[in-house]
Design a protein. Structure first.
Ligand SMILES: CC(C)(COP(=O)(O)OP(=O)(O)OC[C@H]1O[C@@H](n2cnc3c(N)ncnc32)[C@H](O)[C@@H]1OP(=O)(O)O)[C@@H](O)C(=O)NCCC(=O)NCCS
Length: 177
């Protein structure tokens, strides 16, 4: 499903404009996912989450059902990251289900840019709260979310995503009336 590119303005620009060069100096673009991204989306997901990647059919159906909720980082040939976020049917809470940046692109602000764009869209849509789960040992992600204002909803949720899959739930209120 193609997403109108103007839905993703970035820092005052259109989101289909290049905003960063990758390691081979190709400009990276943040944009909505399209059907043709599926092979690259799978590759990036498997690279970033080798122990627990999405099966093909799950990403296929995420694109089918809410492809406008997936933003990708594209250098024109390869994807270097993505974020997947889905809002509950009452429009109250959005869950960020995945945030991924390729290992060779980390530490350059890309994860933060993806998240800032998600938050910008959700504020516009008057979503009240953003939630996500993170492994208790994932210091990079926890620090990133804290810099964006997320806090935890308490302690560690044991077996939250299955046996021995403990998670912290992080929450950010967006202050919508
Ligand atoms: C988490 C992840 C998305 C961060 O992406 P990134 O592009 O490297 O992050 P950024 O460069 O935007 O960093 C933003 C902030 O996050 C924090 N951060 C990022 N990497 C960090 C690290 N290794 N250690 C500590 N803090 C870190 C810093 O506060 C950083 O701000 P700063 O650079 O001004 O200090 C990336 O590491 C990743 O894909 N990890 C594997 C998948 C994953 O864990 N996803 C999240 C699941 S909940």
């Amino acid at each position: 499903m193609a997403v109108p590119e103007e839905r993703f303005p970035l820092l005052g620009r259109r989101a289909d404009q290049a905003f960063l060069a990758d390691s081979s100096d190709r400009p990276l673009t943040m944009r909505g996912v399209t059907d043709t991204d599926l092979p690259e989306l799978l590759r990036v997901d498997r690279e970033v989450f080798p122990e627990d990647p999405y099966p093909y059919f799950v990403l296929r159906q995420h694109i089918d059902v809410h492809g406008d909720r997936i933003l990708v980082l594209d250098d024109g040939e390869y994807l270097h990251g993505y974020v997947l976020f889905v809002t509950t049917s009452d429009g109250y809470v959005c869950w960020v289900l995945s945030l991924a940046v390729s290992a060779d692109q980390r530490g350059r602000g890309l994860g933060k840019r993806l998240m800032l764009e998600v938050l910008r869209q959700l504020r516009r849509e008057r979503v009240h709260e953003v939630r996500l789960t993170v492994e208790p040992t994932n210091a990079a992600a926890i620090t990133l979310y804290r810099t964006l204002g997320f806090g935890t909803d308490g302690g560690v949720h044991r077996d939250y995503l299955g046996p021995r899959e403990d998670r912290i739930i992080m929450v950010l209120g967006l202050g919508s009336a």
